[in-house]
Design a protein around this ligand. Structure first.
Ligand code: NAD
Ligand code: IPM
Ligand code: MN
Length: 368
């Protein structure tokens, strides 16, 4: 049987830096666990624009459709800010999500004990936190039509459209309920049904899916603004949060600070099952290309490493090996390993990206 296939798209800024550490970990699984992947690598984002004049070449898109999973670093950067909107690096990532139909974006926020002191919130509020944000990823205001900048009388008007169909809400709700059943069996759905028709429909459909097929899961509804407040007031009240594309983008960055750093948060973007029964999937850190620290070897590779752990779990049926990698990360943090983003006011010398990779590899060796 052939090895499972993995397409690596390091992208821009710190993307290639954090991905270099993941490549070493993939190598470790081959050498030490006999788990081999057929890895191909390609371009996305600004670097693809520099090379091909487009942030995602059609050949790369086609490859992404064929592989068992895609692993992406980050896209974007100030060098590309002035580009025409249609070829901006971010458009490459959005095309991947849309054409692979990756409607369910899992963004877990877990506070490792060793970092509980480091959150901007008090320790007892975040210690032991383990929540999962399920962000709808292929619709909503990111993709709705009409959109654009138009002339209206003497001035211009910028338009984006929030749009959700019943089936789009239905399928992401189901993925949230399924996940909740494997966790603490609670889903909180967030929208703004008080001011948006799309929010009214969202609430109705989520409730219907619940009542018909998931009555055993505890369901609550919250306005997304109140949800942001509750996430900072007492985040441990949540288990799974399901929300739309834009609210999910905001709430997951907010959740990042509950865990200590944006450099800690992984994500999985999942679509419908392929012929092999596994979902179409793309794994990427929640963070961006971090232009302020790019090229300095300072980036925290943990978000990208934990994204690979999610790939082991959701695409390759290697839950035990995913747990091994997550435990290795937990151990290095408990032992005091810190990149610059994880340094508190007490100071000290931070580790480089590669040194954090070394520490995780050593912890993996120690796990055998
Ligand atoms: P960002 O996530 O790149 O950076 C925000 C802050 O977090 C910065 O101070 C950065 O140094 C820090 N940070 C992020 N990741 C880190 C890591 N692994 N280790 C240590 N520190 C880290 O967000 P931004 O500055 O708003 O965006 C920069 C560019 O990235 C923009 O072009 C944006 O569109 C793009 N972006 C891409 C993605 C993606 O590829 N998925 C996600 C978000 C932003
Ligand atoms: C994210 C990013 C992206 C988004 C951008 C880069 C397209 O912020 O993955 O959170 O807005 O979805
Ligand atoms: Mn974001």
């Amino acid at each position: 049987m052939s090895n499972p296939s993995l397409l690596i798209l390091p992208g821009d800024g710190i993307g290639p830096e954090v991905m270099a550490e993941v490549r070493r970990i993939i190598g470790w699984y081959g050498d030490k666990r006999g788990i081999h992947f057929d890895v191909t690598e390609d371009l996305v984002g600004g670097i693809a624009y520099d090379t091909h004049g487009t942030p995602l070449h059609d050949d790369t898109m086609a490859k992404a459709q064929e592989v068992d999973a895609v692993l992406l670093g980050a896209v974007g950067g100030p060098k590309y800010d002035a580009l025409d909107f249609s070829v901006k690096p971010e458009r490459g990532l959005l095309r991947l999500r849309k054409e692979m139909d990756l409607f369910s974006n899992l963004r877990p926020a877990q506070c490792f004990d060793a970092l509980a002191d480091f959150s901007s919130l008090k320790k007892d509020i975040v210690a032991g936190l383990d929540i999962m944000i399920v962000r709808e990823l292929t619709s909503g205001v990111y993709f709705g039509e009409p959109r654009g900048i138009f002339k209206e009388g003497n001035e211009r008007v910028g338009i984006n459209t929030q749009r959700y169909t019943e089936s789009e809400i239905d399928r992401v709700a189901r993925s949230a309920f399924e996940l909740a059943r494997k966790r603490n069996n609670k889903v909180c759905s967030m929208e703004k049904a008080n001011v948006m028709e799309s929010g009214i429909l969202w609430r109705e459909v989520v409730q219907k899916v619940h009542d018909e097929d998931y009555p055993d899961v505890e369901l609550s509804h919250m306005y997304a603004d109140a949800g942001a407040m509750q996430l900072t007031r007492w985040p441990k009240q949540f288990d799974v949060i399901v929300t739309d594309n834009l609210f999910g983008d905001l709430l997951s960055d907010l959740a990042a600070m509950l865990t200590g750093s944006l450099g800690m948060l992984p994500s999985a973007s999942l679509g419908a099952p392929m012929a092999n029964g596994r979902p179409k999937a793309l794994y990427e850190p929640v963070h961006g290309s971090a232009p302020d620290i790019a090229g300095q070897g300072k980036a925290n590779p943990i978000a990208c490493i934990l994204s690979f752990a999610m790939a082991l779990r959701y695409s390759f049926d290697q839950g035990d090996e995913a747990a091994r990698l997550e435990t290795a990360v937990e151990k290095v943090l408990a032992d005091g390993a810190r990149t610059a983003d994880l340094m508190g006011a007490e100071g000290g010398t931070p580790m480089s990206t590669a040194e954090m990779g070394d520490a995780v590899l050593a912890a993996l060796d120690a796990s055998l």
